[in-house]
Design a protein around this ligand. Sequence first.
Ligand code: 13P
Length: 334
Amino acid sequence: MNKDKLIETVARLVSPPKGILAIDESLSTCNKRFEKLGVPTTEEKRREYRELLITAPEMEKYISGYILFDETIRQSAKDGKSFTSILQAKGIDIGIKVDQGLIDFSSHPGEKITQGLEGLSSRLKEYKNMGATFAKWRVVYSIGENTPSGDCMKENAVILVKYALICQELDIVPIIEPEVLIDGDHTIEKCYEITAGNFDVLFSELRDSNVFISGIVLKTSMVLSGKDAEDKSSSAEKVAQMTLRCLKEHVPEHIGGIVFLSGGQGDEEAAMNLNTMHQMGSLPWPLSFSYGRAIQNPAFQSWAKSPADISGAQALLLAAAKNNSQASIGQYKK
Ligand code: 13P
């Protein structure tokens, strides 16, 4: 493990005013989004859409890294240039989603653990040869009456440790992504309790296993009330306050960086919440975004409707990236 190299990669990923763009939707998630807007669910259509995202001019001003899916890291633009070479020419780091999705957690109805450790080291070596400098692994918790359980958090944390150690051994920065889903009618306080409890379990496992904490990036959901909650009145101030308190009290100060997923928040809401956090004073760690939908949404909708208007969709993508870049330094204005 080359710690200096890991630290350098982390520093590039979270250097203000930049954040990460996630375009690593799995085949099934990508196809579901395509189906909703009547886009054919073919490999060529997915390639065409990702080409739009990867070739959008000036994205490197606001985006430090793109997270790709296995299919995408192997694809090329229409003119034959590989997607990886296009990103490298812009100075954008290449990330790769390496988990292989969710499976049921035995004897724990409704709970999921994330799979993908088998063959991970050799897959990562291949991705590294293709230019990848960082990876992503997502675990998911949904808030219910008795979930998530401590057992589920512990099991996922043990798996995340193995993933992180394999990445760091190959000098690849692991993004560790525990997502507490927005689905449900839970209060913001309940979300705080679950998010904080999970951080405690996660970081205790990471520390005990000698994962190099300054060489990881935490990708987390914000502390939010459920999307069907009765009291949906959480202001950006409340979300920002509770999220920062949770991070300050439960995440080690020497972590490489922290980025947020958007997780079904509105585009404006995701930018505003991040912006508000940055207006609350200096923070112990770099804090930015790693949004998928909150940056892609306007461009995706435009392209689905008018596939020939590539530059129109790319302008929308750039505008969303710029908004969130400004939010990542507390300078976003509606
Ligand atoms: P969203 O921002 O759309 O939640 O996606 C981010 C991500 O990478 C989820 O794994």
